[in-house]
Design a protein around this ligand. Structure first.
Ligand code: ZN
Ligand code: ZN
Ligand code: ZN
Length: 253
């Protein structure tokens, strides 16, 4: 989170900044808004007046003015009167920060696992499409996979799969493709390590094809969540329905 302390350079403001630095907040000057990392806490020695504050407002900062008691706060902003004793001011600031931290949004489970699948897809070496999958049990990732040619063979993007590297139109000559699919690889990786995927949930960035659907069913996975669907996938959906496997879409935001 970002806490911006605004107002004249008074001892109280400097004291509060110091408190936050001691709490492992990284200190930034009022113009240093580039390169901020979302997983870190920052305290900003903010401007004495409103101009220059907008970039910090845009970044969802907690804005606190150390100012004369009479200064009205803008919506969502806070004021600490500059005659407040430092220990009292720190107490108040601390409460505001804790409240703001509690309100900070974090991704839900679907978003979290689908994003991990998306990161996995970036390791794909297939030139046709990049797909990633993760298998989750008890809200823990037990396996991941992405599509590409089999282990120890030439990568698809280095010419490994003649079908992917030819101009075959989509849906044709699928039996000639040498690339394993992401869902297939996630199931196979679990087998490689001797990990059961029974009762697991599979997250995939692309709805599973018929071949993967059959593997998913027989591996004991009970639910499939996909990001992007594709047309002509009815057979997979019907098979899942018949096998009693839930399938649903979670579009990444
Ligand atoms: Zn390929
Ligand atoms: Zn291929
Ligand atoms: Zn597949």
């Amino acid at each position: 989170m970002i806490v911006v302390l605004c107002g004249e350079a008074l001892p109280l403001k400097a004291g509060l900044i110091q408190h936050l630095v001691q709490k492992s907040f990284y200190l930034r000057s009022g113009q240093e808004f580039d390169g901020l990392e979302p997983d870190k806490n920052y305290v900003v020695d903010g401007p004495a007046s409103v101009p220059g504050l907008q970039p910090w407002r845009d970044r969802g900062s907690l804005i606190v003015w150390v100012a004369p008691n009479s200064q009205p706060a803008a919506k969502g902003e806070r004021v600490i009167a500059n005659e407040t004793p430092e220990s009292d001011a720190w107490e108040v600031l601390n409460q505001w920060i804790l409240a703001a931290m509690r309100e900070q949004e974090r991704p839900g489970w679907d978003e979290y696992f689908m994003k991990i699948a998306q990161v996995a897809s970036m390791r794909s070496n297939c030139i046709k499409r990049k797909v990633g999958a993760v298998i989750v049990r008890d809200r823990r990732v037990v396996s991941t996979g992405y599509n590409g040619t089999p282990r120890g063979t030439r990568n698809c993007n280095e010419g490994g799969c003649p079908r992917c590297n030819s101009l075959a139109s989509s849906g044709t000559r699928l039996d000639e493709c040498l690339c394993s699919h992401a869902e297939e690889n996630a199931i196979v990786q679990a087998a490689y390590h001797g990990t059961s995927v029974k009762d697991g949930i599979l997250y995939t960035t692309f709805a599973p094809c018929l071949m993967c659907s059959k593997m998913i069913i027989n591996s004991g996975i009970i639910e499939v969540v996909f990001n992007v669907d594709y047309p002509l996938n009815d057979t997979s959906f019907q098979l899942f329905a018949q096998a009693g496997i839930r399938i649903r879409q979670h579009r990444l935001s």
